[in-house]
Design a protein around this ligand. Structure first.
Ligand SMILES: [Zn+2]
Length: 129
């Protein structure tokens, strides 16, 4: 098995990408911890909840749903970041998964874990992925 590059081995662009990925990872995981706390709070409140005010209950459920969905989206992002770190360690970071072109630095800055270049991403969205 190939030895993984440690952060110390990264230089130049690689190091920038590594730092951007780690920063996003930390951000997303601390967001997740906060949100998980909120969702759990709300779940236990639901169990104690009295269902006399139907309107309140449904809006509560809706925000609970959103909380859960955001949590799973954040989980997906963490997964993508781990995969991006893996690609970085193999020297394949920043290549579009579809067309193999390099993803633009501008896009990587916004979304360091991007898998597709903007062209392929747009194409996929148009096709309803
Ligand atoms: Zn592409």
């Amino acid at each position: 098995m190939a030895r993984k590059k440690t952060p110390l081995n990264y230089t130049g662009k690689d190091l920038e990408h590594y730092n951007a990925l780690m920063e996003t990872y930390n951000q997303v995981s601390s967001n997740m911890r906060l949100r998980a706390g909120e969702v759990l709070d709300r779940s236990s409140a639901d169990k104690r909840g009295v269902t006399t005010h139907m309107a309140d209950v449904s809006s509560d459920n809706a925000s609970h749903e959103i909380g859960l969905r955001q949590l799973s989206e954040d989980g997906d992002i963490l997964q993508l970041i781990e995969e991006a770190l893996e690609r970085l360690s193999k020297g394949e970071y920043g290549k579009c998964h579809d067309c193999g072109e390099m993803i633009s630095e501008a896009r990587l800055k916004v979304r360091p874990y991007a898998v597709f270049c903007i062209k392929c991403k747009t194409k996929r969205e148009e096709m309803g992925y």
